[in-house]
Structure formats: structure tokens, C-alpha cells
Design a protein around this ligand. Sequence first.
Ligand SMILES: [Zn+2]
Length: 292
Amino acid sequence: MEQLQTALTTIKVLRSSVGQVFEALSNGLRADHGEENKETKYLCELQELLNTVGVSLRDVEQAINSLNPPPGPFNLASTSFLGQETTQERQALYSSLINSYKWTDKVHEYSNIAQSLLSQNNLKRSYTNASRGKRGRIQSSSHNLSPPQVDNVIGQFDRLFPDMTFTISRPFASNAVLQITLGHVLKAVVAFKGIMVEWIVVKGYNESMDLWTESRYKVFRKVTENAHAAMLHFYSPALPELALRSLMTWFHSLISLFNDPCKRCGLYLHSALPPTWRDFRTLEPFHQECKP
Ligand SMILES: [Zn+2]
């Protein structure tokens, strides 16, 4: 690869020195050749430039001789058929194919980097960390309740918060996905791992619910962000049921999302948003900019 790079560089040098010859030729005799012996000076200059071309050419030849020809034709698999396309718009496929290959390579590279960064992340909650207690010894994984136990815990919330409805589904084997409707204000999807909350998406009351897309409304995207903060704040592998109850109590306080003024500035709107932050302890509403 390095040899190829050198060869390409020498070719560039050759092209530029040839270019200089033609430039000198096209300019002809110039004022800076003076009056005396101007032809001789001009010819000397050309001679010198041609010598440089000769040297550059020799460099190119040397660089090319040191290259090893590829062992056989490149295997392009079925993409080689793209070259036989006759219609104009399909011929462009090859370059977009190359681009998508490059793109996939990058995705691969970035995901490897992300993976190594995330594996150092202390906030990681499932699998390894969640089963360890504070003293580092391995506990029985208290978050790993059976589906009926999880249903039972969630059923308690149903009685605790009459203005919230909870719908449990299990699209991914045994782990529950909980759909919450909070009054007529908003909806949320909560993904569980055992009884631990893994992910929350908050959306508007009229939006379609799924785990993978965010709300089209800024206010609910902000609430989703804050719900993630709450999810991490209330995370407690030792007391997972209490953690979930605290999170749900916090979440329930959002029922007055559009009705409560900010505790600090007393206004309803700030930057066209209601107070989307709820204090974790007091549940008091604050604007993003006003939170303590
Ligand atoms: Zn405020």
C-alpha cells in the first residue's frame, strides 16, 4: 500500500514538472530573461526543466518497478455485472454501492469504538453489574423476577395510581414492555429487564407507541430525556421494587405537565416549553433552565 502511495506521488511530481515545461514554452521569451543572450538563457531554462522531467520520469519508473502486480483479477462477485448495465441511471449504482460499503465499514469501526467505551460505563445496569451488591460480592439477581411476579408488581401500581393505565406485553420473550397512559397528557413505553427498567420513551397522547422512535414533539422528547435521568437516579438493584415504585411516583407527577407553573420563575412557559423537569425528591416542577 505504501509503495502504491509513493508511485502515485511520483506520478504527481512528473505531471507537475511536465506542466512547468509547457508553461515555460507557452510563455516564450520573458522580460526577466533580459536583453543580452536572451535566447540562450531561455534555452538553458528549458533544458533545466526537461532535465527535471527526466529525473521525475526515472523516479516513476523506479516506483512502478517496485510494485507487485496483484495476484489475480479482483473478485467483485455479482457487482461486476453492474458494469454491463446499459441504462444510464443504473450505471450510477456501482459508485453508490462502493459508498455504502465504505459506510458499512465506518459503522463497524464506530460501533467497535462505542462498544469499548460503553463497556467501561459504570451506569450499565443489566447482566453483570445488576447482579452485584455494593460490596462486590455476587448476589442472587434480585431483579430477575418471573413474569407473573413482574405482573403482580405492576398490578400494584394500577391500584396506586387510578389515573394511569398500564398495559403489559411481552414481545421479546420473557421481558415485559409496559405501556403507560398518564391521564390525557402523555403516554410512555417502558422496557423491562426482569423488574429493572431498561428504557423509557415518552410520547404525546395521540402518537403511535413503539420503543424505537422518539416523539415528534419537543416537549415529550425533553420529558423522555428527564425520564432517563430519573430511571438512572432511582436505579437500585438491591431494592428493585422500591426503585420502580419511586420511578412511577415521579412519573405520575408529570400528570400536571401543562398545568403547573415553574417553582422558581413562576411562569408556565419558558422557551416555549412547560416545566418538564420534576425534582426527584419533592416532585416540584421546574423549567429545564430553572432546575436547582
Ligand atoms: Zn422556570
